[in-house]
Design a protein around this ligand. Sequence first.
Ligand SMILES: [Zn+2]
Length: 398
Amino acid sequence: MRITYQYKLRPTVEQEALMQSWLDMLRAQYNWMLGERFNWWETHRSPVNACPLEQYAGIPSERPNYYSQKRSLVQLKQNRPWYKSVQSQVLQEMVKRVDLTFQQYLKGDKDGKRSGKPRFKKAGRYRTFTFPQLKNSQLIGSRLKLPKIGEMKLILHRPIPGGFSLKTGTVTRKADGWYISLLLENKDVPVSTPDVNTALSVGIDMGLKDFLVTSDGASIPIPQFFRKSEKKMAKLQRQLARQVKFSNRWRKQVARIGKLHLKISRQRRDFFSKVWDELFSQYDVVAHEKLNIKGLARTRLAKSILDAAWGQFLEMGKFKAEKAGKLTAPQNPRRTSIDCSDCGCAVPKTLSDRLHVCPNCGSQMCRDQNAARNILYRAVGNQALNISGNVLAVAGSH
Ligand SMILES: [Zn+2]
């Protein structure tokens, strides 16, 4: 079993400067390697059906890949000796990041989801680096020894659970300081199908007005602080627009906005975490719609300001379920808002229809609950509607 814990770091001024210089160097090299990949494509591509009239007449070169770019690090350190201050493995992880970003752009991830064209990172937008091999011996009490950076204090707000060993450490610069995410592994805890009681299942759907609605008809509202923070953010942004770019006041304002972003993301995490704890305290299986980010942008744009966060919420559920021996079961979202969850007939709706009223069976309920029930039935089945459940298939694939 693998878990990730994040801790705040307390580097010295020198260590902080060193880590910042690493980020600057890694960013420069990241951009360069990304550029190398783009160039190769620009100069070697040819349409599938025809050869272009104007063809690049350069010498065909080896297509840059993870290994060739990794090999180039040796030359880099000779040409720019200051790169020797960065730990080799950290540099290699950066190459891996270039590779991953580019592969995802070309082929998509394992679900075939393609990301947009990778962007060059501007100053300040490159914020993390990773040590791929940390050892337990590097953490003594609340002091962590990082290769080439040295020993520093870490705010151990929760202890490393027994039996877990350190795998990797990802250092991140945030608006209020430096953090490290430690990936911990315990090989003795097997990843197996959790022993869940499918009678304790629930379906959830994202509400039109509420954050979510369950198949039992319960709803969880969007907390007030989201709106408050949003308003505050809008105000800070307006003030920023009035200030002279790159002036001292402008810089201070940018820092303020950065801190508020951080605060909002923490509020959100905290809220999500509480919602999951609540769900898993009552249910063993939580069925939800499978997310399709691209489709989401099209169909759900009008639904809620929290849309973008919904993916993050579901991601957290998967993680929490694993820890708690529960299950999340993603379902095909097709027609969940149209079909009647009682008789299965189609009841078309527009976005403004808040109620599901079935002319066939007379069933009447909130549209979000109707969708949540359809999602539930897809997971656990419904004999009356002749739907077989797929929760066990989902469980097996976890
Ligand atoms: Zn019906």
